[in-house]
Design a protein around this ligand. Structure first.
Ligand code: GLN
Ligand code: ZN
Length: 773
């Protein structure tokens, strides 16, 4: 029995990589210093896996920004606009990731998208008609040799060509047909180089196989892999899948000359059935994804050992106990959680602890498989071998009895929800008329998505408050000052609908979690979201309910400072769920409805406090859409959309409900988004060429829209002209009475100077539009 890890978090125990890259961006450290920090993290990662006894440790799971970008970059898939900057290699790479600006030049970043159903974002590489693909394997070989120098023969990870073709963007006339050969050749060149390297496997990651596959998809896969595998010689190749099962292609896959297959037994609800029904070849190796790479609950060893014994009965193949996906999606270690009570902590496993689970499962399954008999007998024997106190018994003690806490009041309220609680009345058009009169906003109203720059000062004050070094009053007064300045600034900028700026929030989900019963929090459990950005998802521990009003004081204070409208600012239930680590004992639907009731109470309180506009962010709604289209409604949207409606159905007709979504990639679910029945929606659009607008028109989208007019992920300041042109383009496709003007997303991560300049240009562009239309 062996163990493996698909990938390891690369941010470092104290987010060293984040801080170093950001320093590098600010030109505070040199490239060499950044590389040293990265190398230290890589070393620590490799050694801790080695020390825990992991047999197949990965390299090339590291990245300075993103692995998809790394792959494109190594194939020289670098759009002309970045090459033209004539920067050094690393700065060209970062320019693609985050845009570039100096006195004379200004180039936007490449688009960024969610990596399958996770909250990690990859950079969408672009192939232009004259892109000349060629391999630069420097990073790859360096990582392999570095592992070798630590006494490790690593598994070399690479995003596979099928997934690459599915995700890359062709920006010119030429498409897949033109670039199929050159891309494949780059892979083949790399395979050639890997043959002389000291690695255990080339692991080609093909998560795109877990979606619904068409016959063209399967043909593409076949063409690619027939070629690649014919050239592998003695190089061992693992086909690594994750984020679900490969039901559409499982049987075919087995015919290929892979040496090993990595299958996901956690999210892959049908993986076991397929292996059982169609078998698994005995001369291949099965990397069985058993330890959950996405959630933080301890592995139930009994269930895992059962699975392993069952697999063992089905196939004589060698089994490797694997993570279900990269551990990139969980925090690094529980060791840093010094404030979290043992009562909670003992139920969790972060990346380091998962290594231990892999090692323990490996030992346990070796003992169990020796019995080769039924599991119960083996486990009984195991108990006596290991004696009571030992690993297995302890693990089982965690699962005996209820883990999560239950609140009967919440359960009762949920049980009493009626069908009409999901519908807001009067219907949209009638409400729109009333709101137009009451709010009296100009055409193309300008607004922001909610947060204003969280400066060092803001973060430091919060830290001091949390550490008890300043008292509540001092802290609150500080926030009030910030709000006052923020409102004043927005008045000066002449924005129409103001926000309070969200200075009191560390994070749009954690903040709400902290005010809800049923949540627990970590101190240092960061997970990479994109590049140097990390998030710290809270944990749903029990039934959720609102302890007291959450945002009402801040919002009514802001409202009292101005005659303009202030938007109340909340996070919606689906997003709170999607950005938390969920329970595993009740359904997502039930957890979401609990959250919806809590936020509903907050909405009604805001309305009662005089807020006429309330935004309920569903930034992450799109994110957890099942990867199989065939599951979209039945497994997700049916209840997710309803739960949003449950939040808003109690408000008065004149109260305007806004929602916001990050990423406009919802072309295929436009009717569902419209069915949320919000009055206004803002979403990211500037990085995706406004393609969504055609789809909105085609679907007769009723909700008023604010497609983001500039990218907030980049420090670049958009000019008035640029925004004006974007708006003109929008107007050519949308009803002018329904167009709002706003940035792509919250401004929290931006600097103050660029924010003010950008917003000034935004307002100017909207005014220009009012004059010309
Ligand atoms: N209201 C939030 C903000 O402005 C929305 C953030 C988001 O969509 N990710 O920060
Ligand atoms: Zn957003």
């Amino acid at each position: 029995m062996n163990s493996a890890v698909i990938g390891f978090p690369r941010i470092g125990k104290n987010r060293e990589l984040k801080f170093a890259t950001e320093k590098y961006f600010r030109k505070e450290i040199s490239k060499e210093e950044l590389i040293i920090t990265a190398k230290e993290i890589r070393k620590e990662n490799l050694l801790c896996q080695k020390e825990t006894g992991i047999d197949y440790i990965s390299v090339n799971d590291f990245s300075f920004y993103d692995n998809f970008l790394d792959l494109a970059f190594s194939f020289n898939i670098i759009p002309e606009r970045y090459k033209k900057l004539s920067l050094n290699k690393m700065d060209t790479y970062f320019a693609m990731a985050r845009g570039f600006e100096d006195e004379t030049r200004s180039v936007k970043a490449l688009a960024m998208k969610k990596w399958f159903n996770t909250n990690y974002h990859y950079i969408v590489a672009e192939i232009e008609d004259d892109t000349c693909i060629s391999l630069d394997s420097e990073k790859y070989l360096e990582e392999i040799q570095f592992a070798n120098s630590l006494g490790i023969t690593p598994k070399f990870n690479l995003i596979g060509p099928y997934t690459f073709f599915k995700l890359v963007r062709f920006t010119g006339e030429k498409g897949l047909e033109s670039f199929y050969e050159p891309v494949l050749k780059a892979y083949l060149d790399l395979i050639e180089e890997l043959k002389s390297q000291d690695i255990s496997y080339l692991s080609l990651e093909e998560p795109a196989l877990v979606a619904d596959l068409t016959s063209e998809d399967k043909d593409l896969f076949e063409n690619i892999y027939t070629r690649l595998l014919a050239n592998k010689d003695k190089l061992k190749v693992l086909l690594q899948t994750y984020f679900g099962d490969v039901r559409d292609i499982y049987v075919d896959l087995l015919k290929y000359d892979f040496d090993a297959y990595g299958l996901d037994f956690v999210e892959g609800v049908k993986t076991f059935d397929y292996v059982k029904n169609y078998g698994f070849p005995k001369n291949k190796t099965l990397f069985a994804g058993i330890v959950n790479g996405k959630n933080i609950w301890k592995n139930n060893y009994k269930t895992s050992l059962e699975l392993i014994t069952n697999l063992h009965k089905i196939t004589e193949a060698k089994i490797v106990i694997n993570t279900s996906c990269s551990l990139l999606h969980v925090p690094l270690t529980l060791e840093s959680e010094t404030d979290l009570a043992f009562e909670y902590k003992r139920h969790f496993a972060f990346a380091y602890e998962k290594l231990k689970e892999l090692a323990e499962l490996k030992n346990l399954s070796e003992l169990v498989l020796k019995e080769n008999a039924d599991l119960d007998l083996a486990l009984t024997n195991l108990n006596s071998v290991l004696n009571k106190k030992d690993i297995f018994v302890y693990n089982q003690s965690l699962f005996n009895g209820r883990v999560n806490s239950v609140n009967p009041k919440v359960k009762e309220r949920l049980a009493n929800i009626k069908e009409e609680d999901f519908t807001r009345l009067p219907e949209f058009n009638e409400r729109a008329k009333i709101q137009r009169e009451v709010l009296n906003l100009p055409d193309f109203p300008t607004t922001t998505i909610g947060s204003f720059p969280q400066t060092k000062e803001v973060r430091e004050n919060r830290k001091l408050y949390r550490q008890g070094l300043i008292n509540e009053e001092t802290y609150k007064n500080f926030i009030k000052e910030k709000i006052k300045d923020c409102i004043k600034l927005q008045e000066e900028l002449d924005l129409d609908v103001l926000v309070h700026g969200e200075f009191e929030r560390n994070d749009m989900v954690e903040y709400f979690g902290e005010h809800l019963d049923g949540y627990i929090f970590t101190k240092n459990a960061w997970v990479q979201s994109y590049g140097s950005r990390c998030v710290k998802p809270p944990i749903i521990w029990g039934d959720v309910s609102r302890k007291e009003a959450i945002t009402v004081d801040w919002s009514s204070y802001s409202n009292s400072l101005t005659n303009r409208e202030v938007k109340g600012m909340l996070t919606g239930p689906v997003t709170i769920l999607n950005w938390s680590f969920p329970r595993e004992d009740i359904t997502k639907e039930e957890m979401t409805n609990q959250l919806a009731l809590a936020i509903r109470d907050e909405v009604l309180d805001l309305e009662a406090a005089g807020l006429k506009i309330i935004q309920i962010d569903e930034a992450a709604l799109r994110e957890k859409l099942p990867l199989r289209k065939s599951d979209w409604y039945s497994e997700y949207l049916d209840w997710a959309i309803k739960s949003f409606r449950l939040v808003t159905s109690g408000v008065k007709p004149e109260t305007q409900i806004h929602t916001h979504m990050c990423y406009s990639e919802f072309n295929d679910i436009i009717p569902a988004i419209d069915a949320m029945d919000a009055d206004v929606i803002s979403f990211e659009a500037s990085r995706s060429d406004l393609v969504i607008l055609d789809a909105l028109r085609k679907n007769n989208f009723k909700t008023a829209v604010g497609p983001g007019v500039y990218d907030i992920h980049s420090p670049r300041v958009p000019s008035t002209d640029e925004i004006f042109n974007a708006l003109k383009k929008m107007l050519s496709k949308l009803d002018s009475k329904k167009l709002w003007v706003n940035p792509d997303c919250g401004l929290k991560t931006r600097g103050e100077k660029e924010t003010v300049e950008s917003l000034r240009n935004l307002v100017a562009a909207a005014k220009l539009l009012r004059e010309t239309e």
